[in-house]
Every structure is written in structure tokens, then in C-alpha cells.
Design a protein. Sequence first.
Length: 303
Amino acid sequence: MAQMRGPGSYGIGAQSPFGAPNDDKMGESSNPLDAIRAHTSKIEDMLDTLSEPIKPYLPAIGRFLIVVTFLEDALRIITQWNDQLLYLHDYRHIPSGLTHLFLIANVIAMVSCSTLVIIRKYSEYAVGGLVGVVVTQALGYGLIFDLNFFLRNLSVVGGLIMVLSDSWVRKTKAFAGLPQLEEKDRKMYFMLAGRVLLIFLFIGFVFSGQWSIWRVIVSLIGLVACVMVVVGFKAKFSATLLVVILSIFNLFVNNFWTLHEHHPHKDFAKYDFFQILSIVGGLLLLVNSGPGQFSIDEKKKVY
């Protein structure tokens, strides 16, 4: 490989003989993106140091959190079997035999596919099965036109796509030799899609509920972090920030364990709690694997 000449060899980037500052340095110091990158790099280094003990376990934790909402949903169907049958038959007007088949198929799919995701086996089939569960439940329970449900489940699908990307990254590392071009391209597109879909939950949070000064502040910070995740600018830092915001929000707002057993909002709070855990799991996989090739972070490395 040919050796490249440094800019100083041609007098480019050298100190001005009149003592004036170099134009390139002036441009760098005045670039706001470079200033943000410098500050966030320090924070990322500190976070890397603090998270060093749990770093090897981040992928496993992320995968478990992504599917925990499906495991909770399967348990809820089993423990509320008669209520589920009653709702599907009386309110959704689904024939009795089909209601049983619908619930049984959902429970089997959620438990088996979630287990496969956790143990990292047949990830493509497992993710496909869980996406199928999301679609069939939206149709079966009549939630297909519910905007909040739609945005939340887009984020859950984004987390599942991150599971696929993580499994492809690990396959690449596991085998010697260069990965096929098709596999690399597929991984890049899926990581981009996963990043974009993950932030829809936060968009739903911003446009629902009552407004307050704290809600405005958190929404603004979160939206900035969401944009950074989507474009892949300091994606690890912004994903970590979203993990912190969503975790605090989850503990204080969706604290279903403080509600009475027969409280009308207990099931809704529990459902929201575990769905947010799934998005947090997807963000943890993003923190672990990085934003992928279609990102400002990766382009900066190239140039």
C-alpha cells in the first residue's frame, strides 16, 4: 500500500510565517459538532470505564429485556384465560373455537421465540415469529388504529431488529475470513432501521399525557437524543441517555406494583412497564454494538 504524504509536506496545514492561526484549526474550533463531539467523547470514556464490569453481559441483558414484554404477555394470557376468551368472543366477535386457537398460538409463539432470542439460536425465525405476534395481536384485539399502541410496537420491532443485527455481528466475528458483501449490506440496513424504529416510543411519550415544565425539559432532551440516535451521531452516548430517561420514567410513572390488585389501570401500567423495558433492551444492544455503517460516527472514522 502506498505511503501517504502528510499535509506538512506540501505546506498545507503548516504554521503561518506571520504567526496567524491556521484556517483549518480555526474551522475546527468554530465547528459546533466538533465541540459536542469532544465533550461527549469524554463522557463516553467515563461511561466505558464505569460499565466495564457489566460490558460482557450487555448483549444478554439487552436480548432478555427485549423479549420480557412477550414473556409477561404470555403469562398474563394464561393467568387471565377466561377474561381473554370473554373479550375476544363478546367484544371482538371471534368464534369460540378460534379464540382458543388464537390464544394458544400466541402463548406458544411468544414463549418459544423469546427463549430462542435469549439463548441466541435461530434468531431470524425467532424475530419473525415475535413480529408475527405483534401483528396478529394488533388485529385480534382491534388495536391496529390505536396510535399509542402503534408507536410503542414500532419501537418493540426496532428492538427485535437490533437482535437480528447483533446476531449477524456475532456470526461475522465467529467465523474466519471476510463476510459476504450481501450479509454486510443487510446488517447495515437493518441497524439503520432498528435505530429509527427504536425512537418511536419516545415520540409517543412526547405527544401523550399532561404537560408540565419538567415534561417539556425531558421531552426536549429526549428528542435531541433521539435525533442523535437516528443519524448515528454519538449514538452510544445518546442511547445511554435515553436508557436513563426511560428507566426513570418507567419506575416513577408505570409503577404498577403500587396499585391495588383490582385497580383499573394496573394492567395498563404493567403492560407499559414491560414494553419500555423492551425498548431499553434494544438501546442497550445499540450501546454495545454501535450505530453501524450508516451513521455520522462511522463516516467520521472514514474521513
